[in-house]
Design a protein around this ligand. Structure first.
Ligand SMILES: Nc1nc2c(ncn2[C@@H]2O[C@H](COP(=O)(O)OP(=O)(O)O)[C@@H](O)[C@H]2O)c(=O)[nH]1
Ligand SMILES: [Mg+2]
Length: 203
């Protein structure tokens, strides 16, 4: 996948499921809590810091942003979950756009699920996990912001993740401050990608 570096392009931004472009090729979605580092991760793995907009303020992306990674691989940067703009209930914290997308998008091949490595097992991630398991969509977990932890803390958090979240591919420890993360991710992505099929279990 080395050839993709710097060649990914922004395709579209959709606020409603019906506004998404027609499915084309294979799509992978980036899911995770608001502010976990989804857009930064996308930019970093594609080696293009201007690709997706990143933000210090949580809850700013309410659209699905689609990116073309190769001729046949597309990535969707989903809105973050877990940020209650109005301090309201669960419904506001789980965007119906995420649910619609994950349940209906025909060419969705897998979900890259970001979890903040410092905070394993927070309520919204537990909810996301239960729901992801139910959908049967293949999931590759990413433990983000690894640079904020020492090596020992990383080992502990990894073990914690493995204890709490079973049934997915082994998580990739990731930091946008570490270029080794990028190589490690693409290796793991290709292995994961090759091992799954386009049809996930319909809900
Ligand atoms: N130290 C560190 N900060 C990160 C990392 N990834 C993201 N961030 C920061 O976390 C904040 C939220 O990132 P963003 O990509 O906008 O999160 P999103 O809401 O999930 O798309 C930004 O200030 C990023 O610079 C990382 O690996 N290490
Ligand atoms: Mg974002």
């Amino acid at each position: 996948m080395n050839q993709i570096f710097g060649t990914a392009t922004f395709l579209s931004s959709s606020g409603k499921f019906c506004e998404l472009p027609p499915p084309e090729g294979f799509e992978f979605a980036i899911l995770g809590r608001s502010n976990v580092g989804k857009s930064s991760f996308l930019n970093h793995v594609c080696a293009d810091h201007r690709l997706a907009r990143t933000s210090k303020r949580p809850g700013t992306t309410i659209c699905i942003n689609l990116f073309k990674i190769t001729e046949s691989v597309f990535w969707a940067d989903l809105p973050g979950y877990g940020y209650a703009r109005t301090g309201g209930g669960e419904r506001e914290r789980w965007s119906s756009l995420i649910l619609d997308y994950c349940e209906k998008r025909e060419n969705l091949k897998g979900i890259v699920w970001l979890v903040d490595m410092r905070h394993i097992g927070v309520k919204m991630d537990l909810e996301a996990y239960a729901w992801l398991r139910k959908t049967g969509i293949p999931v590759l977990p990413i433990l983000s912001k690894a640079d904020k932890l020492s090596h020992n803390e990383q080992q502990k958090q990894k073990a914690d993740f493995a204890r709490q979240f079973t049934g997915f591919a082994e998580p990739v420890v990731y930091s946008i401050l570490d270029h080794g993360s990028r190589e490690r991710f693409w290796e793991r992505f290709e292995a994961w990608n090759g091992s799954i099929t386009i049809e996930h279990v319909a809900i």
